[in-house]
Design a protein around this ligand. Structure first.
Ligand code: AGP
Length: 607
């Protein structure tokens, strides 16, 4: 989704803004632009396409400036053209604005402004902000911003500069992320921390409704009630190297390979010596007794992690769980009240669908728990309780290490609930936790089969359609395998519960169509073999994922990838690894931009 970077200081604003925008490329974008104050005038330069188009243009037409804003745009209102790219000017070019999010009432604002004589040149919702700022401008930047914010509805993060205030940068946020970077004699704004890491590790995360005036040695933050506030200063622990590729050709493969280390970190931090789970007294026994319904609410890959979480909580804590897609939840008149525990899973902590579902639950009195990867993210701050996953920065659009960390965290949460409810014995708990502790090493084992996976990916790269099937827990992993393949290889795949195929979808099975069969659940092996035979009878090409000791599956499969033996309940943490690698290599062999697949954004901050 769009990225914002802003700078005020004594350095080269163009260099800082372009560097910052390059670190936000992972969010997905289709055009880029900058607005810089030079000799008391604002100069805007913007180009559709990759950031390099803008960089090359600025090399040929240099701008010397120490204050400016930059933007990478992911089109929502209007085509990805130069004109619709941000920043946007007011008509007299005295104001420039960059914006992430959506101004929901922009049509009525636009009509009002047009009646007042303002002319619009773009199709964007953002242009109304530049004109509104011009309309309300009274010589005082913060006062003017306050008046603008009272007019707009929707979600936003803004950066604003004015030609009469060449040492000031304004920003505001609501339901869209924005951080202020604190430097020495220079300050920054950005949509996400990686944009700032080269310059500073100290940041303020703005609260919802906050707005700020920033000069090079002073930051004034106001809250939604217009009160001057002091926000906590956070020190970011990530290194720039952690947020960059570190020798790997793509972030995705780096992140796949980071899984053993990040899972180990979660295990080390959460499992105490006495085998209890350290979630910082998240819930008391009494609080749990009052909970009648548990929901897990999330989108995409995080939703798939939620499905594994549901399985774990039901099996281990013997509590019924519903998993819901966040974008549907809000509109389904959900059965939520003060006896509901609503768990929101989100890597970025900024997904608007998930955030809005959380707000709905809070309104109805539920206890909200966020499981997120980003400290200080909106979802983490809005939730009543938070568990942070320890995946480290995830940059590739396709989520991998965040998923396995979410699944592991949900498993540990299930054990935590099981302890509170006494639904798990000490022996069962030790067996399960010891198995979870062995997962990082077992994932490293799977990496040894990479050549075999590459070979299968070579075969898959030319197909147009495929299926992922499984039973029980395997079906939940099949959904994630299919999503991963779709989003980065552009091959149309669907996931089905194996037993459901015969109720319709089997009509699509024909000679040579690849079907990835997840068959890791020992009690379901015979059923899986029958399903494979049904598929083989229709000449499908079977690629099976199975536990190492289930050798009999090799006889009915065309290709087989083994995962190390594990408990059935923990197999999803292993069986997803070959599926991630298969998607990665298929995408690579098809020549696709693996980390930034078309039409997708890392952080989806629109509804
Ligand atoms: C995963 O590969 C996706 N790109 C996407 O489905 C993602 O998981 C989803 O948008 C949710 O994001 P979140 O975890 O940041 O909330």
């Amino acid at each position: 989704m769009c990225g914002i970077v802003g700078y005020v200081g004594s350095g080269d604003a163009v260099e800082v803004i372009l560097e910052g925008l390059s670190k936000l490329e992972y969010r997905g974008y289709d055009s880029a632009g900058v607005a810089l104050i030079q000799n008391g005038k604002i100069r805007i330069e913007k180009k559709s396409g990759k950031l390099n188009n803008l960089k090359n243009h600025l090399e040929e037409n240099p701008i010397l400036s120490q204050v400016g804003i930059g933007h990478t745009r992911w089109a929502t209102h209007g085509e990805p053209t130069d004109i619709n790219s941000h920043p946007h000017y007011s008509e007299d070019k005295s104001v420039a604005v960059v914006h992430n999010g959506i101004i929901e009432n922009y049509i009525s604002l636009k009509k009002d402004l047009q009646k007042k004589g303002y002319k619009f040149i773009s199709d964007t919702d953002t242009e109304v902000i530049a004109h509104l700022f011009h309309f309300f401008y009274d010589g005082d930047m913060i006062d003017t911003l306050r008046k603008v914010l009272k007019e707009v509805r929707g979600s936003y993060a803004f950066g604003i500069v004015h030609e009469k205030h060449p040492n000031e940068l304004l920003c505001a946020r609501k339901d869209s992320p924005l951080v202020i970077g604190i430097g020495e004699n220079q300050n920054f704004i950005a949509s996400d921390v990686p944009a700032l890491l080269k310059y500073t590790k100290n940041v303020y995360f703005l609260e919802n409704g906050d707005y700020a005036k920033i000069i090079k040695d002073k930051i004034e933050i106001y809250d939604y009630e217009d009160k001057l506030v002091i926000r906590d200063k956070h020190e970011i622990k990530w290194t720039l190297d952690q947020a960059t590729k570190g020798g790997y050709p793509h972030f995705m493969i780096k992140e796949i390979y980071e899984q053993p280390k990040t899972l180990e970190e979660t295990l080390r931090r959460r499992i105490r010596e006495d085998y209890s789970i350290d979630f910082n007294e998240l819930l008391t026994k009494e609080e749990l007794e009052n909970i009648k319904d548990i929901y897990i609410i999330a989108c995409g890959t995080a939703y798939h992690a939620g499905l594994q979480g549901e399985y774990a909580i039901e099996k281990i804590a013997k509590l019924r769980v519903d998993v819901e897609v966040a974008s549907e939840f809000r509109y389904s008149d959900p059965f939520v009240d003060k006896n509901t525990l609503a768990i929101f899973v989100s890597q970025s902590g900024e997904t608007l669908d998930t955030l809005l579902a959380m707000k709905e639950c809070k309104k109805k009195g539920a206890t909200t728990l966020a499981i997120t990867n980003v400290v200080g993210s909106t979802i983490s701050r809005e939730a009543d309780k938070v568990i942070y996953t320890m995946a480290g920065p995830e940059i590739a659009v396709a989520s991998t290490k965040a998923y396995t960390n979410q699944v592991l965290t949900l498993f540990l949460f299930a054990i935590y609930l099981g302890d509170l409810k006494n639904s798990i014995t000490m022996e069962e708990k030790i067996l399960l936790l010891n198995e979870l502790k062995s997962i990082p090493e077992k994932i490293s084992e799977i990496f040894k089969y990479e050549d075999k996976i590459k070979f299968i990916a070579q075969e898959l790269k030319d197909v147009n359609n495929g299926f992922f099937v499984g039973r029980g827990l395997d079906y939940k992993v099949a959904l994630e395998g299919s999503l991963k393949m779709k989003e980065i290889s552009y091959i149309h795949t669907e996931a089905f519960a194996s037993g459901e195929l015969k109720h319709g979808t089997i009509a699509l099975i024909e000679k040579g169509i690849p079907v990835v069969v997840l068959a890791t659940q020992k009690n379901l092996i015979e059923k899986s073999i029958s399903n494979i035979k049904e598929l083989k009878a229709r000449e499908a090409k079977i690629i099976t994922i199975a536990q190492k000791s289930d050798m009999e599956l090799s006889e009915v499969s065309d290709r087989i990838i083994y995962i190390p033996d594990t408990l059935d309940i923990t197999s999803g943490l292993l069986s997803v690894i070959p599926l991630q690698l298969l998607a990665y290599y298929t995408s690579l062999y098809k020549g696709i931009d693996v980390d930034k697949p078309r039409n997708l954004a890392k952080s989806v901050t629109v509804e």
